[in-house]
Design a protein around this ligand. Structure first.
Ligand code: SIN
Length: 509
């Protein structure tokens, strides 16, 4: 652990109350579940979950609000998102405090999460003036063919603990600009930051005269999420979480012909080629593998290193891992905060035990770092494990800071290893060889939704679409043209001639 003592649970409670007070949040106290901090592993407040009647009312209200919101001019819808962005800027520090308290993120990453929310608001404001359709050449004289985009309906957002606010904003800022309304079911682990986001959106709505019901928050467990999944009034379910969760959500939404947008597990790899700049590679690898305590969907989990540089690189990584400051995420020297729970730590230890039984050799890390002051907390040293082959454990996503190191001889072999996992979220190659980089980015290269060169697998910018293939679920959120998932398109044929001509020269009457 870093030298400084962990804050006490009372101190965390006071800090959370101060942030919530500044944000104007009233905590719905109750005995259904608890807001908890992984910093100490202790409960902070008892909370009330949404009842079935409240969940029903939330969807009904969001549906009614949609009927007016969909015809509100898109640039005016953008004003709501602009105001939300302003409020996020104003409250950046308090929001980051809540992210650190509930998700255990170090201060710089928590501030980064709020910055990402601000960025997507800016993006969505611009988008509100750019929901472009297109004109298509018609085969018939005196006809115009067009594609237009229209709001979809109520969007159900189910989000995970690791990006408790940013993933909500990727969905919500874009959905609101697109004319949809949102019902949000956040992770049970991060209710306080969710209450804060909902409160700021309510304030933004009040400030610009938009209906408050364009956004509804439902705190609670899986049953609350299932209501959104099964409700035919919810046009799109955007769900972030495990592949196991996605396997349930996808078919259930499809069974009622709803749409789903799935952001599921990743098992992200980086190839390190002989020409790589190793200074740059070491920095990129350590942030991607150990940052956020290995709890990003985009965390680097597999390193595929050319045999000629494997020893040098692993020595440098081992040295870097041994120096990683682990501990209180509020301490500005800390780089690795706690795992979200003791269950996450057990999963990490179990994966490590299994991979060692399969011949894996731990090069650095792996000890549980207990804090006497917080026996319930789960602090773990990031681990580097040398493996000879991609066994079942290596092919699984363990949501913890374990980096498996494999070696390769040819680029073809490296790409084959890279793609030989069920997941397909993020990937990267470290190389100075342009031909290798281009091959990795080509159709014959990485099969992931995100493929990077000379940068790690994590830390996406909002301007690009975010999402992955295969067991990652195929969804795209955030930037680029991900907005199209939140709208429906219509093809329009307009006859401005005085003749009725049929397509394909069909004659009739
Ligand atoms: C995540 O959604 O888990 C990661 C996003 C990122 O790394 O930018």
């Amino acid at each position: 652990m870093t030298g400084t003592a962990l804050p006490t649970t009372d101190e965390l409670r006071a800090r959370a109350l101060s942030a919530l007070g500044t944000l104007g949040v009233t905590v719905p106290e109750g005995g259904d579940f608890s807001a908890r901090s992984p910093i100490t592993g202790d409960d902070l407040f008892g909370l009330r979950a949404a009842t079935a009647a409240e969940a029903e009312a939330a969807v009904a209200e969001a549906r009614t609000a949609f009927l007016t919101w969909r015809t509100t001019p898109a640039p005016r819808r953008g004003e709501l998102v602009r105001r939300l962005g302003e409020l996020l800027r104003e409250h950046k520090s308090d929001l980051a405090d809540l992210v650190t308290i509930e998700a255990g993120k170090i201060r710089s990453e928590a501030l980064g999460e709020v910055q990402e929310m601000i960025d997507i608001c800016d993006f969505a404001v611009g988008l509100s003036r750019q929901l472009y359709g297109r004109t298509i050449a018609s085969e018939r004289p005196g006809h115009r063919l067009a594609e237009t985009w229209h709001p979809l309906g109520v969007v159900g957002v189910i989000s995970a603990f690791n990006f408790p606010a940013a993933v909500w904003s990727w969905n919500t800022a874009v959905a609101l600009a697109c004319g949809d309304t949102v019902v949000w079911k956040p992770s049970e682990r991060t209710p306080l930051i969710s209450l804060a986001c909902d409160r700021l959106l309510a304030r933004a709505a009040e400030d610009v005269g938009a209906p408050r019901e364009v956004h509804r928050l439902l705190l609670g467990d899986r049953a609350v999420g299932e209501r959104l999944v099964d409700d035919p009034r919810v046009a799109l379910v955007s769900a972030t979480g495990s592949t196991r969760m996605g396997r349930e959500v996808g078919p259930r939404v499809a069974a009622r012909f709803g749409r789903s947008l799935l952001e599921l597990g990743g098992n992200n790899a980086a190839i390190v080629a002989p020409s790589a700049d190793l200074d740059l590679a070491v920095q990129g690898i350590v942030f991607a593998a150990a940052g956020t305590a290995g709890q990003r969907c985009t965390t680097l989990r597999r390193l595929i290193v050319h045999r000629d540089i494997a020893e040098t690189l692993t020595e440098r990584l081992t040295a870097a891992y041994r120096k990683l400051p682990i501990g209180d995420p509020f301490d500005e020297n800390t780089l690795v905060g706690p795992l979200i729970s003791a269950v996450a730590l057990e999963a990490m230890n179990s994966a490590l035990a299994r991979v060692q039984a399969q011949g894996g050799k731990v090069l650095a890390g792996g000890n549980r770092r207990l804090s006497e002051a917080a026996p319930q907390a789960a602090y773990a040293e990031p681990v580097l494990v040398r493996v000879d082959e991609q066994t079942d454990v290596v092919k699984e996503e363990t949501f913890a800071p374990i980096l498996y190191v494999l070696t390769y001889d040819t680029l073809e072999e490296a790409i084959a290893l890279h793609n030989d996992v069920p997941q397909g979220l993020s990937s990267s190659i470290f190389t100075r060889d342009q031909q290798e980089a281009e091959i990795f980015l080509s159709a014959a290269g990485s099969d992931c939704g995100i493929a990077n060169v000379n940068i790690g697998t994590s830390g996406a910018e909002i301007g690009g679409a975010f999402g992955g293939e295969k067991d990652t679920g195929g969804g795209r959120e955030s930037g680029s043209d991900a907005w199209k998932a939140y709208m429906r398109s219509a093809t329009n044929t307009i006859n401005y001639s005085s003749e009725l001509s049929l397509a394909q020269n069909v004659s009739f009457l």
